[in-house]
Design a protein around this ligand. Structure first.
Ligand code: ADP
Ligand code: AMP
Length: 212
């Protein structure tokens, strides 16, 4: 089963993705995580990507599409995958459709995690992530059991650089219109389902899993 999780930054895609892939036993592909891993490994791609990420801007399509497709082409994705943060615009969505078509595959479900913009600022500025395993926390809604240590791996918990207020506002501005167009695109294809992402984490998971 090939799934796309759509939603503005902070909607809860990453949080839900990690839970859902465990239920469905498919890989979680987050282009944001792939770029952050590339940066941590100090690759040329990672260093270039960081400049865009720090400004809250999207990384150019030719880079992002290549990265996403090479991951989707790996053997563990043959029986399904969940995309989080890709596609982010219509060009990426059309490229994905063509790429999957050429292998006689398709996206079966697109789940739009809908959250009001006012809530997103609070979600993103309060987000904290583990540098070790990438687990996401929130200072108020999903705090770690011990301050500054990850519940899963005891790794250090930090704030992402692009989660500072000014960058968050820029990211929301850039992504709003693009996400709206993707909702229309997948709505026209008849594969879009919406879930109310303002609910608690467990309730959202239940609603998402209820769709499959
Ligand atoms: P995205 O991947 O869409 O950018 P995240 O999954 O990283 O979003 O979630 C953004 C922040 O909001 C994180 O701090 C996360 O812990 C928190 N969060 C996610 N889902 C919910 C929810 N349903 N209710 C409250 N907080 C949430
Ligand atoms: P995310 O982890 O999904 O919030 O993404 C963090 C950052 O990575 C974004 O602000 C972009 O700079 C970059 N990025 C992630 N996915 C994409 C994408 N599909 N297209 C372009 N840039 C992306």
């Amino acid at each position: 089963m090939n799934i796309v999780l759509l939603g503005l930054p902070g909607a809860g895609k990453g949080t839900q993705a990690k839970i859902i892939v465990n239920h469905l036993s498919i890989p979680h592909i987050s282009t944001g995580d792939l770029f952050r891993q590339a940066y941590q490994a100090k690759t040329e791609l990672g260093l270039r990507a960081k400049e865009f990420m720090d400004k809250g801007e999207l990384i150019p399509d030719e880079v992002t599409i290549g990265l996403a497709f090479s991951r989707i082409g790996e053997v563990d994705c043959a029986r399904g995958f969940l995309l989080d943060g890709f596609p982010r615009n219509l060009n990426q969505a059309r490229a994905l459709r063509n790429y999957l078509d050429s292998g006689s595959k398709q996206i079966r479900h697109v789940v739009y995690v809908e959250v009001d913009e006012n809530l997103l600022l609070e979600r993103l500025t309060g987000r904290r992530v583990c540098v070790g395993c990438g687990t996401t926390f929130h200072l108020i809604y999903n705090p770690p059991a011990n301050d500054n240590a990850c519940d899963c791996c005891n790794g250090e918990i930090i704030q992402r650089e692009d989660d500072r207020e000014e960058t968050v506002k820029e990211r929301l501005k850039i992504n709003k219109e693009l996400t709206h167009k993707l909702v229309q695109f997948y709505g026209d294809e008849g594969i879009l389902r919406k879930v109310d992402g303002a609910k608690g984490i467990d309730e959202v998971t239940k609603d998402v899993l209820g769709l499959f």
